[in-house]
Design a protein around this ligand. Sequence first.
Ligand code: ZN
Length: 135
Amino acid sequence: MGTIFGENMITTELLKNRAALEDKIRKLIGRPILLIELDMFALPCGCAGITANMRGLEVDDLEVFEPHLLVILKEMAANLDVKPTATFAFLVPGSSIVASLNWRILCQRCYPDFARGEGKTPRPNLYMLQFERRK
Ligand SMILES: [Zn+2]
């Protein structure tokens, strides 16, 4: 694979996946949403994952298109070799606006917080799309 100056394999993959995910969500919901930033992260507690900061996406879109959206979100996580324990959306507090989509490999400390939650919205600003229960 050729390298562009200042880029490496990881950033090239992130750029490619940012564009592809934005395009797929636009086609799915039929509106010009923006994926303004795609990040991979690691937290001090041990959680790691991916965040996609969104503009123009609403909770209604998640509810209506959830099965198709999940396929797209799983596909991108697999592209980046991330196997999330939880996939969820953070909402702008007190609104129906989706601030970000998140794929998180939960650490031992954070897992119980998520496992305790019930239903699609265990917290007012959280919309669960997928959760992998540990046995
Ligand atoms: Zn954690």
